[in-house]
Design a protein around this ligand. Structure first.
Ligand SMILES: *[C@@H]1O[C@H](CO)[C@@H](O)[C@H](O)[C@H]1NC(C)=O
Ligand SMILES: *[C@@H]1O[C@H](CO)[C@@H](O)[C@H](O)[C@H]1NC(C)=O
Ligand SMILES: *[C@@H]1O[C@H](CO)[C@@H](O)[C@H](O)[C@H]1NC(C)=O
Ligand SMILES: *[C@@H]1O[C@H](CO)[C@@H](O)[C@H](O)[C@H]1NC(C)=O
Length: 455
């Protein structure tokens, strides 16, 4: 019972974590170690004076300079903590060239190399420190850095445009709404903003994953849909769960077949998230699954492990907290904290789809967070700003200059804003698009954003 309870909410906990393996920066970026205040808002004893180093990456190779008032384009880092090189975010580079802009990428606090106490273990173990990991603190970080940058470059006339992908896309939109005097526009790519702050269960995610596979190859879809039974059958035999642990090469023994099903569900979802840009991956997965060459479990392992992981049990890239499929790590603790405090994703698979049925259960999610961090979710900021599903009514009339883009093949688009909110808060959606595909360097799906043209 206990393990059932703890394992339920972990489904899709990894979610927005992007696993692009980009850590080296190409191009002309320079790094700034910005000394950031840990707590922008409180004046309580111990944390009041604490600072940490926040990494900022600058590329001024296209910039026409402060005198000309050329724009500053800021990419917000998110939970992946990666340092994005220009070749990844082609929209940055293209805009840099087109608008002679200064390109800036700022890491998010507690991710990448921007970690308080220089140790994610120490930072997350200390309740006063981890309490400073909130979206509001992160937005204030960005504001401080952008203002400091403008002052240092005397770039007071340069308009600032912010962008982000996934969670950081939502941050970009929130930033524009919160600090309209600092940023004149925002691009929020693949930001599932309707999830945040709303506990209403959403089935759409699993529908889209399922549909991506079905569209790609109906046989493959059917194979996966039927595969869960085989796993349960094996698990029901004597030593069956042990056998599964062995077959799936887990880092610690599985407690139930649910764990392996969750992991597989995540892997399929991940493949679907990038279905457009990595359709080679769907192709690869499906051709291995359908081939007669492997035992089914061996095939799954091979199909899903291959492109992402290497070697003995799994690398902690495709991140789930305390997963039996990964070596123990605290890498993901910060994201789990955010998920357990403000960024609740009420995603579940209620209706039958290709994925195992697993409705989102708010109670067990809350309990899981209690157990792990001693907190219950309090999704304040998203509710304050965006009011879940009634975003239109909320921001119409005061916000503007926001582009919200979604690729409909991305399962997260089920939580995206897909219709224009107003004349200047516009939604762009592409039927064939995947997660943040509009930020890609090559073959941009979209023309330059309209508000950029307005500049
Ligand atoms: C920033 O910090 C890193 C790590 O401490 C150090 O190696 C690097 O030299 C610093 N960069 C600057 C510009 O101070
Ligand atoms: C995670 O952090 C805690 C608290 O510092 C530490 O005790 C634990 O060993 C860390 N776990 C791993 C796998 O590093
Ligand atoms: C601006 O200059 C100050 C003083 O040299 C420095 O401490 C700060 O880090 C700079 N800010 C940025 C964003 O580079
Ligand atoms: C979440 O969405 C539902 C359905 O639209 C709505 O009734 C509810 O009030 C929302 N909850 C919050 C916290 O915004």
């Amino acid at each position: 019972m206990a393990h059932e309870f703890t394992s339920v909410p972990k489904l899709f906990l990894f979610l927005i974590i992007s696993t692009l393996q980009i850590s080296s920066i190409k191009g002309d970026y320079i790094t700034i170690n910005y000394t950031q205040r840990l707590d922008h808002f409180g004046y309580y004893g111990d944390t009041y004076d604490l600072t940490f180093v926040q990494k900022v990456f600058l590329d001024d190779s296209h910039w026409a300079g402060a005198e000309s008032g050329a724009p500053i384009i800021v990419l917000f880092g998110g939970e992946a903590g990666h340092t994005y090189g220009p070749e990844v975010n082609g929209v940055m580079v293209d805009s840099g060239v087109a608008f002679k802009a200064l390109l800036v990428h700022i890491q998010h606090r507690f991710y990448g190399n921007s970690i308080p106490l220089d140790s994610i273990d120490l930072a997350m173990a200390d309740h006063r420190i981890r309490g400073c990991l909130t979206t509001q603190q992160a937005l204030q970080d960005y504001a401080e850095i952008i203002m400091s940058l403008k002052a240092n470059f005397s770039a007071f006339a340069s308009p600032v445009i912010v962008m982000g992908c996934g969670y950081s896309g939502a941050l970009a939109a929130w930033f524009r709404l919160t600090y309209p005097h600092i940023a004149i526009g925002a691009l929020a790519s693949s930001a599932p903003m309707l999830y945040y702050g709303n506990y209403t269960q959403t089935d759409g995610f699993c529908d889209i994953v399922s549909k991506d596979f079905e569209d790609f190859n109906p046989k493959c879809h059917e194979w996966i849909r039927k595969s869960w039974e085989k796993i349960d059958e094996v698990a029901a035999q004597p030593n069956g769960v042990e056998h599964l642990s062995h077959a799936f090469n887990t880092c610690r023994p599985l407690q139930s077949s649910t764990e392996v099903k969750q992991w597989l569900g995540q892997q399929y979802s991940f493949a679907a998230k990038y279905a457009e840009s990595q359709s080679t991956q769907l192709n690869r997965i499906c051709s291995i699954l359908l081939s007669e060459e492997y035992h089914p479990f061996e095939g799954m392992l091979h199909a899903l492990q291959g492109p992402i992981y290497n070697a003995h049990c799994f690398e902690p890239l495709l991140i789930e907290v305390e997963s039996p499929f990964e070596p123990p790590t605290n890498w993901t603790t910060a994201w789990a904290w955010q998920r357990c405090t403000e960024l609740v994703f009420p995603i579940g698979c209620g209706k039958p789809t290709m994925l195992p049925s697993q409705p989102f259960d708010r109670n067990s999610f809350d309990k899981w967070c209690q157990k792990r961090f001693g907190v219950s979710p309090r999704p304040r900021l998203p509710i304050t700003f965006l009011r879940g599903r009634i975003i239109g009514e909320t921001i119409q009339g005061f916000g503007g200059n926001i582009i919200i883009s979604n690729g409909l093949r991305d399962p997260f688009s089920s939580g995206g804003i897909l219709e224009d909110v107003s004349k200047t808060i516009i939604a762009i959606k592409t039927t064939q698009g995947s997660f943040c595909s509009d930020m890609d360097a090559k073959d941009n799906l979209y023309p330059d954003p309209k508000w950029l043209k307005q500049l």
